[in-house]
Design a binder for this molecule. Sequence first.
Ligand SMILES: C[S@@+](CC[C@H](N)C(=O)[O-])C[C@H]1O[C@@H](n2cnc3c(N)ncnc32)[C@H](O)[C@@H]1O
Length: 296
Amino acid sequence: MAQSEKEIISQEMSDSPFAVAQTVSPSGRILTEEELKALHNDKILVSNFKQMKLEKEAQKNWDLFYKRNTTNFFKDRHWTTREFEELKACRKFESQKLVLLEAGCGVGNCIFPLLEEDLNVFIYACDFSPRAVEFVKQNPLYSPERCCAFQCDLTKDDLRDQIPENSVDVITLIFVLSAIHPDKMKQALENISRVVKPGGVVLFRDYGLYDHAMLRFKAGNKLGDNFYVRQDGTRSYFFSKEFLAELFESAGFQFITNDYVLRKTVNKKEGLCVPRVFLQSKFTKNSLVLTSSTHQ
Ligand SMILES: C[S@@+](CC[C@H](N)C(=O)[O-])C[C@H]1O[C@@H](n2cnc3c(N)ncnc32)[C@H](O)[C@@H]1O
């Protein structure tokens, strides 16, 4: 991965996932004519053969990512007071232990700050990269009484093999769905839907449409609409709020909040102020959704 691309990705991940010092925008980023033209002119897609290879090797590519970067790439996400309040609000009574699932946990940058704050939570954490899961388990803050990390491909492996059905209060999906092929995102959401309680919530943060990282992709990296591949073979989708709402609704969720977050980041290396766009959303599982086993 080119140094500047690495910097951009690592910067985006260094902030708190639900930080407040950002502009919340219902309409997202407005592009200039020039930017729109450049996006429009990028029409040539990566060949089908290469696309199939990328899909087949998705897990391997992320595992190699963690082999190269170990635990040094993403910074810990320290949760703000507001996020804590959101988590606390998920409790029915004050002393209730919340059960969380961090789906696509990487090396645990989201979960360890939470465990450190000791929020009276039990955290399930899964990722399809065996190396990432191993890093989570090796973290000094990891303890089986407080968390359970396991390997799982969200698009293939039934989460109920590890987590009781309808038992999770809060699921966090932080920069994970963007790494999954759009054709398989619904499967991943249906999978998490089986373990979250009816009325439980999903906290989502990921790349938003027209994020700076999307506009930086050079010709030859486009896989489809709003979908690109990085030099290391990992892929990234850029979400519009309409696409995301439809996707979650098709998997039995309804949205509570769904907004773009616009943020200016200083790229020290390039001496530029770059416009970042994230999509930050909260969904709840419809109480009437029937899981597959309740049909049987
Ligand atoms: C950008 S990282 C985010 C990690 C973590 N959520 C965080 O906030 O630090 C994306 C993670 O998603 C994982 N991932 C991608 N596709 C997955 C899938 N189908 N099933 C499970 N994990 C997946 C990758 O291995 C990677 O660790």
